[in-house]
Design a binder for this molecule. Structure first.
Ligand SMILES: CCCCCCCCCC(=O)SCCNC(=O)CCNC(=O)[C@H](O)C(C)(C)COP(=O)(O)OP(=O)(O)OC[C@H]1O[C@@H](n2cnc3c(N)ncnc32)[C@H](O)[C@@H]1OP(=O)(O)O
Length: 206
C-alpha cells in the first residue's frame, strides 16, 4: 500500500491523472449544481455504474508511489496521492509546486468546494497547504518526518477564485529538527503566514 517505487508507464500515469481531473471537476460542479431531481437521479445512476466498473480493480497495491523522494521533475509527485497536493487524488486542488531559489512555491486557485467564510478559502484547507508545502520543502532536501507543530496567522481573508502564491523556506535545521516558515500572497499582499516544526524520522519503517 505504501509503495516507494512503481513500474507504471507514462501513459498509465497520464490516464490516472486524467481520471482525478474528471473527479475533481465533478466535485466542484456538485457543490454548485442546481438541477432537476430527474437529472440528478440520472447522474447518480451513471456514477453508480462507474463505481461498479472500478471495484474489481481496487487492490491493496497502488499503481503509483505513495512516497517518492527521488522525484527530480514535478515536486507534486513526491507524494502523488497527497490529499492536499497529489495530482492523483481528486480531493486535492490543482496546486502546483515549484522550487524557486531557496523557496518552495505553491500556486493555486480554489473554487467553491474549498469555501469556508463566504467567497473565501476554508482555514483548514489553508492549514493543509502549509502542512504539505512545508513538509515537501524538507523532503526536497532529503529530510522527511511528521509535523510536531504548525502555527498559522490568518492576517486577512484568503479569496476564492484568485491566484494564491504559498511560499515555504527552511528557517533552521538542527539534529533531527527542521523549522520551516511560510507565507501566502494574494496580488503581492501577505494574507497568512506560518511556522512549523518537523521531526526527521523514517516514517515508512513503522
Ligand atoms: C514517508 C514520508 C511521508 C511524509 C508525510 C508527510 C505528510 C505531511 C505532514 C503531516 O501531515 S504529519 C501528520 C501530523 N503530525 C503528526 O501526526 C505527528 C504526531 N506526533 C508525533 O508523532 C510525535 O509527537 C513527534 C514525532 C512529532 C515527536 O515525537 P518524538 O518522540 O520523535 O520526539 P520527541 O518528543 O523526543 O521530541 C524531539 C524534539 O522535538 C521537540 N518537540 C517535539 N514536539 C514539539 C512541539 N510540539 N513543540 C516544540 N518542540 C517539540 C522536543 O522537545 C525534542 O527536542 P530536543 O531534541 O531539543 O529535546
Amino acid at each position: 500500500m505504501h509503495n516507494t517505487n512503481s513500474d507504471a508507464s507514462d501513459e498509465h500515469r497520464q490516464v490516472l491523472k486524467k481520471l482525478s481531473g474528471h473527479l475533481r471537476n465533478i466535485i466542484e460542479q456538485s457543490i454548485v449544481l442546481n438541477a432537476p431531481d430527474k437529472v440528478i437521479t440520472d447522474i447518480n445512476k451513471q456514477l453508480a455504474t462507474i463505481e461498479t466498473i472500478m471495484q474489481p480493480y481496487v487492490t491493496d497495491k497502488r499503481a503509483l508511489e505513495y512516497y517518492n523522494p527521488n522525484v527530480r521533475g514535478d515536486l507534486n509527485d513526491i507524494q502523488p496521492y497527497s490529499a492536499v497536493s497529489g495530482h492523483y487524488n481528486a480531493l486535492a486542488a490543482p496546486i502546483k509546486f515549484e522550487q524557486q531559489q531557496d523557496k518552495l512555491i505553491g500556486r493555486v486557485k480554489y473554487g467553491r468546494a474549498y469555501e469556508g467564510p463566504p467567497n473565501c478559502v476554508h482555514g483548514a484547507i489553508i492549514a493543509g497547504v502549509y502542512d504539505q508545502l512545508m513538509a515537501i520543502a524538507g523532503m526536497a532536501t532529503g529530510k522527511a518526518g511528521p509535523t510536531a507543530y504548525l502555527n498559522i496567522d490568518y492576517h486577512k481573508p484568503t479569496p476564492l477564485f484568485e491566484a494564491l502564491e504559498f511560499q515555504a523556506w527552511i528557517s533552521l535545521e538542527r539534529d533531527n529538527k527542521i523549522i520551516v516558515k511560510g507565507q501566502c500572497l494574494v496580488q503581492g499582499e501577505v494574507v497568512t503566514s506560518s511556522e512549523a516544526l518537523f521531526i526527521v524520522k523514517a516514517l515508512l519503517n513503522k
